[in-house]
Design a protein around this ligand. Structure first.
Ligand code: NIG
Ligand code: FE
Length: 400
């Protein structure tokens, strides 16, 4: 059965063939035909083909469903008090991760599943149709594997982050923990994961240095996982260059970059090795840790593809909202509203090496978000306002 969604004031396709500024492929007075879960046609409403059913978008804007390529949404407990302390002057060090590890280890599968489901539901209601979920609050074989099994029920984009921090029981035996992560933990987790990630941050005492991080990423790759990296969040360091070296799809945070880091990222798209590493920026973390925002313009000037994601997690930033992230990127990182939307959709897809989402080209997964607004500019223009009129996933309108 085909459905024609018409009377769309502004349709952002991210299809360069349609023109528009950047690669947004922006059409006005447009329509979309959806069939068998895919985009079958896009173009001017006046030229739309017939379909089995017609839905009137009421002169609203339609954008691709958001692709949130970085979240930690299967965990237990909360750290609201840690957040409150930060807002009155405490720094963010990553030390609170241990609190979530303790709560997650003692939580039942049902408790973890309920939290993960609730957060993914929250995301969907805010226009996110593709989400990545990491483990990393288990830090033992059983809890890491449980986390990933549950995450897999919620999304195919699951990431093994056993090397999030070194748990307390291994504080005096870091090498032993790396052995555990790259041995039995990886073996138990790899069947449930697509990606391997590591918190490479020598400035944080419980996170991983360059050699440890390389060991973890290479072991994950040998087990068939694709690499992504948490890097350069708290200070400049080796994370970005390591990500490029191993051919990671993305390096996330990128809050503190040197000129060499920016060159390495840009070179990954043009140089002979050509791994193509996306810089994923997570401004809801800077908001919630009261840190300086990453320099998005510098990356864009250098030609580095930028993705935006929430990093939804109980510690460094507990927002599940891509519209909030878009608004922050525009206000605080000087991205244009159009650049920010691209990064929150096509950029996220690139960071997940997915070509079926993040755009509305013919053949794309029919994941789209109808905004209660005449243009995507409203995402940043009206921050904090519920602008999601309805969401379509796999060609089906999500019940509210
Ligand atoms: O992406 N940087 C490391 N990990 C998470 C935060 C985890 C936490 O504080 O619980 C992040 O910011
Ligand atoms: Fe993260």
């Amino acid at each position: 059965m085909s459905v024609l969604l018409t009377n769309i004031a502004e349709l952002v396709t991210n299809d360069p063939a349609h023109g528009g500024s950047g690669d947004t492929g922006l059409l006005r007075d447009a329509a979309v035909v959806v069939e068998q879960g895919r985009v079958a046609w896009t173009g001017p409403a006046s030229r739309a083909p017939a379909a089995d059913a017609v839905v009137d978008a009421g002169g609203r804007a339609v954008v691709p469903g958001f692709v949130d390529s970085h979240s930690h949404t299967v965990f237990a407990g909360d750290r609201a008090a840690e957040f409150a302390a930060r807002m009155t002057g405490e720094p963010y060090t990553g030390g609170g991760i241990a609190t979530t590890v303790a709560a997650t280890r003692s939580a039942s599968d049902d408790t973890l599943r309920a939290r993960g489901r609730a957060l993914v539901g929250e995301m969907l209601a805010q226009g996110t149709t593709t989400v990545e979920i990491k483990s990393g609050y288990g830090q033992d074989v059983d809890t890491e594997a449980r986390t990933l099994r549950i995450a897999r029920e919620l999304t195919p984009e699951t990431t093994f982050l056993g090397a999030h921090t070194v748990p307390a029981e291994y504080a005096d035996d870091r090498a032993g923990y790396v052995d555990l992560v790259t041995g039995p933990m990886l073996a138990a987790c790899a069947p449930h994961a697509r990606w391997v990630d590591v918190f490479c941050e020598p400035a944080a005492p419980t996170a991983f240095d360059e050699d440890e991080a390389r060991t973890v990423l290479r072991a994950g790759q040998r087990a068939g996982l694709l690499a992504r990296v948490h890097g350069n969040q708290l200070a400049a360091g080796p994370g970005v260059r390591l990500a490029v070296e191993v051919g990671a799809a993305s390096v996330d945070h990128c809050t503190h970059l040197t000129a060499a880091d920016v060159d390495a990222l840009a070179g990954s798209w043009t140089g002979p090795s050509g791994s193509g590493t996306v810089a994923t920026l997570l401004p809801a973390v800077e908001f919630s840790t009261r840190s300086p925002y990453p320099d998005a313009r510098r990356l864009l000037r250098a030609g580095v593809p930028v993705a935006l994601a929430t990093d939804c997690n109980p510690g460094s930033g507990y927002s599940s909202s891509m519209p909030f992230v878009v608004a922050l990127a525009v206000r605080e990182m000087r991205m244009s509203p159009t650049e920010a939307l691209w990064s929150a959709t096509a950029g996220g897809a690139l960071a997940l090496r997915r070509d079926d989402v993040g755009h509305l080209r013919v053949g794309a997964r029919a994941d789209l978000t109808v905004l209660d607004a005449p243009t995507h500019l409203y995402l940043a223009y009206r921050p904090g306002v519920p602008l999601i009129h309805e969401v379509w996933q796999d060609g089906v309108r999500v019940p509210r």
